[in-house]
Design a protein around this ligand. Structure first.
Ligand SMILES: Nc1ncnc2c1ncn2[C@@H]1O[C@H](COP(=O)(O)OP(=O)(O)O)[C@@H](O)[C@H]1O
Ligand SMILES: [Mg+2]
Length: 242
């Protein structure tokens, strides 16, 4: 089967810094991938390169069989790639609904109601908050909105999500993980940067561990639970459920 996404020998420089140093992986449709690694390993840089925010210095990226290495950000977005950054880009003075409509800018107006319905199916918590100003939401609710404003677009096939549960309470970690499960069932494939083993196990099928811009270990996500030494050794995270 043709992979949804394929990286071949990807190298990325940031100015004079050599960050991503020859990364290879394939993601098949429905086979969510976790990207793990310590701070500074290059996880965010890798996501930004897949999205087209950063340009690789060498190597190739294929999406649904097409070489997109040179494609611009908006072309990749149109082809079905969405990026949820680790900094929340929502407008505090606007309501939840207005933030979602901004996320839906450019899509056919006729389908906006069904897209809002879709988003509320993924994040039912947002339904009662539609007319609230985004700045009055809790951190967890803001993160839901941060993800929702990306998936309101109907063409997302691949979602790149950078540390979505960082700093959130266990309740919201659970809610967001449930949302990702529904999203996966709806046909969206997820690449998740995350260090919570429980979330990785629930949401993803495979994992790769990045260290200094290289993949140093990969396998099935369930293995992280059976073998807690992997997390301890490569990431410095002790296994505690969530
Ligand atoms: N804008 C930038 N300019 C210079 N160096 C950067 C910049 N962003 C990140 N870096 C460096 O690139 C490396 C990888 O960063 P990043 O991809 O953010 O890692 P991670 O997401 O795994 O924590 C780090 O060593 C970081 O210090
Ligand atoms: Mg990062």
């Amino acid at each position: 089967m043709r992979p949804l996404l394929e990286l071949k020998d990807l190298h990325v420089h940031l100015g004079t810094l050599y960050i991503i140093q020859g990364v290879n992986f394939r993601v098949h449709e429905g086979e969510n991938l976790a990207i793990l690694g310590r701070n500074g390993a290059g996880k965010t840089t890798l996501l930004k390169s897949i999205m087209g925010i950063l340009k690789p210095s060498k190597g190739s990226i294929k999406f649904r069989g097409r070489d997109i290495t040179g494609a611009r950000l908006h072309e990749r977005a149109r082809m079905g790639i969405g990026y949820v950054p680790d900094t929340r880009r929502i407008f505090g003075s606007l309501t939840v609904r207005e933030n979602l409509l901004l996320g839906a800018a450019g899509i056919d107006k006729k389908i906006i109601p069904e897209r809002l319905e879709f988003v509320l199916k993924i994040f039912p918590d947002l339904a009662k908050l539609m007319n609230h100003k985004a700045r009055n939401l809790s951190g967890g609710q803001q993160q839901m909105l941060n993800i929702a404003r990306i998936i309101v677009n109907p063409h997302r096939r691949l979602l790149l999500v950078d540390e979505p549960t960082e700093g959130l309470s266990p309740l919201y970690v659970k809610r967001i993980s449930e949302a990702f499960e529904v999203l996966t069932r709806e046909g969206v494939t997820i690449i998740l940067v995350e260090t919570k083993p429980l979330l990785v196990k629930r949401i993803t099928k495979r994992y790769v561990i990045l260290s200094h811009g290289k993949i140093v270990k990969e396998g099935d996500s369930g293995e992280l639970f059976e073998n807690p030494e992997i997390m301890r050794r490569y990431i410095g995270v002790e296994m505690r459920g969530g």
